[in-house]
Design a protein. Structure first.
Length: 216
């Protein structure tokens, strides 16, 4: 039994090693330009050993993207219907910015796939992302119904948070060029987070809402 657990841990470690290496290669060359032998070399293993875990380059590419998707689903899943909207949205924005800071390559690769129409990821988006988004739309709608948020469109709010936070990963080079710094700088991170939170919450919290405004 102990030997079986040991092999399982080794297998899991190898998979993570392969995914990390594949991320680097796919980020640099894309799916078409990347080669399996490049990924195997980057992972420090033979090509046959890599193919033991992932039979094709496409299967590996999907695995890298799905790992990124799972990483992004966690902060969204943490939005609690019973929480105070101010705290819940502040926490979500913060977690999204932390992901942009710590996983920029994953974000850019994911964005490239989606821009191309998500041909390799559509199934995972429908299976994993869509139901969770629907659940969080229901949470936001509940807060609106309880008078805690302004009567805005919940899906648009989610899209705005994604666009604003992921910008700092997907366009990191532009941010660095224009701002002279990026999210890796603690002071800049805090200032960016505080600004995004203030602007978004100012627009959605009920105590700042226009009573005549209705959802789009």
């Amino acid at each position: 039994m102990a030997e079986s657990r040991s092999k399982s841990r080794i297998g899991e470690a190898n998979v993570e090693r392969i995914l990390d290496a594949a991320l680097v290669v796919f980020s640099r060359y894309g799916l078409r330009g990347a080669r399996t032998d490049q990924i195997a070399e980057a992972a420090g293993m033979s090509k046959p050993n890599l193919l033991y875990y992932f039979r094709t380059k496409e299967e590996l590419y999907i695995a890298v993207l799905e790992r990124t998707l799972l990483m992004w689903l966690d902060p969204l899943a943490r939005i609690d219907p019973e929480a105070d909207p101010r705290e819940a949205l502040t926490d979500y924005i913060t977690r999204k910015l932390l992901s942009a800071r710590s996983h920029p390559d994953e974000s850019r690769l994911f964005a490239t796939e989606v821009i191309q129409g998500a041909p390799m990821l559509a199934t995972a988006l429908k299976r994993d992302l869509a139901p969770l988004v629907e659940a969080k739309i229901a949470t936001i709608a509940r807060w609106i119904g309880e008078g805690k948020l302004a009567p805005i469109d919940p899906m648009t709010l989610i899209f705005m948070i994604w666009a604003t936070t992921q910008h700092y990963a997907d366009f990191a080079a532009q941010v660095s060029l224009l701002a002279g710094q990026g999210l890796e700088d603690p002071a800049y991170f805090e200032r960016t987070r505080d600004t995004i939170v203030e602007v978004i919450l100012r627009g959605v919290l009920a105590d700042r809402a226009d009573p005549d405004r209705s959802p789009a």
